[in-house]
Design a protein around this ligand. Structure first.
Ligand SMILES: [Ca+2]
Ligand SMILES: [Ca+2]
Ligand SMILES: [Ca+2]
Length: 540
């Protein structure tokens, strides 16, 4: 804004105005005067805060006053008794100042030019953010009722401004940095077991200097005691192996972190076990076949972390030729190789079935001695390893109950049995007929001939062949004692002999008694089936 003289000025005033033009423009109105030295009188001087510390707030007092100037009522002069508000605005965010109020005298209109009002103290605060020379300004604005340009032109909020220059020399006052930085390491990858990684690992180093320190200058690292490298960002470890990373940092004051304390071991194994094979842990049980549960053991190789475990499984079926099981191996890091098939093996744990006796001999049947069918054979079914043999034991034609056992064996050595029970019945001997009495002692004269008459039956069928008679014996014993004597005599019948014959519907044998009075005899006919017929005799 530039002051302009009204057209109605008198010559005298115009002369004064011309004289005034030689003065600063500010002298023609009330002005804000700033004083940086803090002492009265207020003398429009800058504020020099001297040497201060960066980051540290330093305050000083400035004095602000209004200088009476100009013609009252016509140009930018405050009104008599005005209460003027002083506010402050800074040129820098590092700098601030407080305001206040100034009460102008009631006779402000009569006061001479360049006379100062009362002053207000403004607290100026500088918190420098950088070292070096600081040069800033605070603009103080005085606002209050005054007169604007023109004749008697009152305005309620007339403003006038003044500027305070603030200077300082800013130093770094922090104590010397003697503390090295601290470096931390972050490892990023897929973790497996036992502290192994199973993927490439990204290594990130983060360095921090101490609070108020000189700051991190550089970070270094070494891999497996190799060349020292300057860290420039995260790096990858891609290959399997074991890495020892040593890392440290240095600050701008030359403090170096102790690398010995920053050592980390990184173990990487991304490769699964290989050369995995598996098979039974024992030789076949029989003829190239397993016939009971068998353990299948797998093995493999691993170059980096090493084998931790491989499949070990018990195979118990199903039966089959050339069966396999699958297995895996896992390394210490947790990588799993496989599954792979085991070597094939033959497994049959199932015994033959459907055992059948082949022959005329039937289960539960009874046969008379001499009529027993021949020993049967047997057969069976085995669908896996196949039937190796079927054998029958226990066959007999003797009188009594007999049990046959058929044992079927497959090619894997499994056996099954089936039994068949039959009975061989004895013949029936009838006799002796008269003159021999049964159930008592027959007294006969020594040297006489006793006719022994009897019949032999298979059930209802009479046996007539003398060959059916195995023996006819006479055994002597002492009558009183009833104990057979040692000089017992015995006659064995011979088939075809004239003494034994079948005649007249019965067998006939003439026993010529010994000449041994007082001796007792037991005469026994024994048939081929083992049946016996006995009579007792006393010789006189
Ligand atoms: Ca430091
Ligand atoms: Ca491995
Ligand atoms: Ca079988």
């Amino acid at each position: 804004m530039r002051w302009k003289a009204p057209k109605t000025l008198t010559h005298a005033i115009a002369l004064a105005a011309i004289l005034t033009l030689a003065l600063p423009w500010a002298a023609l109105a009330d002005n804000v005067v700033t004083d940086g030295d803090g002492d009265l009188p207020v003398s429009n001087s800058p504020l020099n805060l001297g040497t201060i510390c960066v980051g540290v707030s330093t305050s000083a007092t400035a004095l602000i006053a209004i200088s009476r100037n100009g013609n009252y009522g016509t140009s930018n002069v405050f009104q008599n008794g005005a209460v003027v508000t002083i506010s402050a605005e800074s040129s820098s965010s590092d700098l601030s100042a407080t305001g206040g109020t100034i009460k102008l005298p009631d006779n402000w209109d009569t006061i001479s030019n360049n006379v100062l009002s009362e002053s207000v103290a403004s607290t100026v605060t500088l918190t420098p953010s950088a070292t070096g020379a600081f040069n800033g300004t605070i603009t103080y604005t005085a606002e209050g009722p005054g007169f604007g340009p023109g004749n008697n032109n009152p305005i309620p909020n007339m403003t006038r401004t003044g500027t305070l220059t603030v200077t300082a020399t800013v130093q770094d006052c922090a104590p010397a940095d003697t503390i090295p930085p601290t470096t931390t390491i972050q490892l990023s990858g897929t973790t497996g077991n036992n502290d192994w990684f199973i993927s490439p690992v990204e290594v990130t180093l983060t360095a921090t200097d101490n609070d108020g320190g000189s700051g991190v200058a550089a970070t270094y690292y070494q891999i497996n005691n190799g060349e020292v490298q300057t860290y420039s960002g995260a790096f990858m470890l891609n290959q399997d192996g074991i890495y020892e990373i040593r890392y440290w940092s240095e600050d701008n004051a030359g403090n170096v972190e102790e690398a010995q304390e920053n050592i980390v071991t990184i173990k990487i194994d991304q490769t699964a076990p290989y050369n995995i094979t598996g098979g039974p842990d024992r030789a076949p049980d029989h003829n190239g076949w397993y016939n009971k549960p068998v353990t299948i053991v797998f093995t493999g190789q691993d170059d980096v972390s090493g084998i931790d475990s491989c499949t070990e499984v018990t195979y118990g079926g199903p039966d089959g030729a050339g069966v396999t099981v699958s297995g895996v191996c896992t390394d210490v890091a947790g990588n799993t190789g496989g599954p792979v098939a085991s070597s094939p093996f033959n497994y049959d744990a199932t015994a033959p079935t459907d055992i059948t006796f082949i022959g005329a001999l039937l289960d539960g049947m009874e046969y008379y001695w001499g009529d027993t069918p021949p020993e049967p054979t047997c057969t069976a079914t085995d669908t896996v390893s196949g039937l190796a043999s079927c054998e029958v034991t226990g066959y007999s034609t003797a009188v009594g109950e007999h049990t046959l056992t058929a044992t079927a064996t497959d090619n894997a050595g499994n056996t099954a049995t089936k039994t068949l029970t039959y009975t061989v019945k004895a013949w029936t001997l009838s006799g002796f007929f008269q003159p021999v009495d049964m159930g008592t002692y027959n007294t006969v004269k020594g040297g006489s001939t006793v006719p022994l008459k009897f019949q032999v039956f298979k059930g209802t069928t009479e046996v007539t062949s003398p060959a059916a008679i195995a023996s006819i014996t006479a055994t002597a014993f002492k009558c009183e004692a009833g104990v057979p004597s040692s000089d017992a005599e015995e006659w064995a019948a011979t088939t075809g002999a004239t003494e034994l014959r079948y005649t007249g519907g019965q067998f006939m044998y003439n026993w010529k008694t010994p000449k041994t009075p007082g001796v007792c005899y037991k005469v026994t006919v024994t048939t081929q089936d083992g049946s016996k017929l006995t009579a007792l005799f006393t010789l006189k």
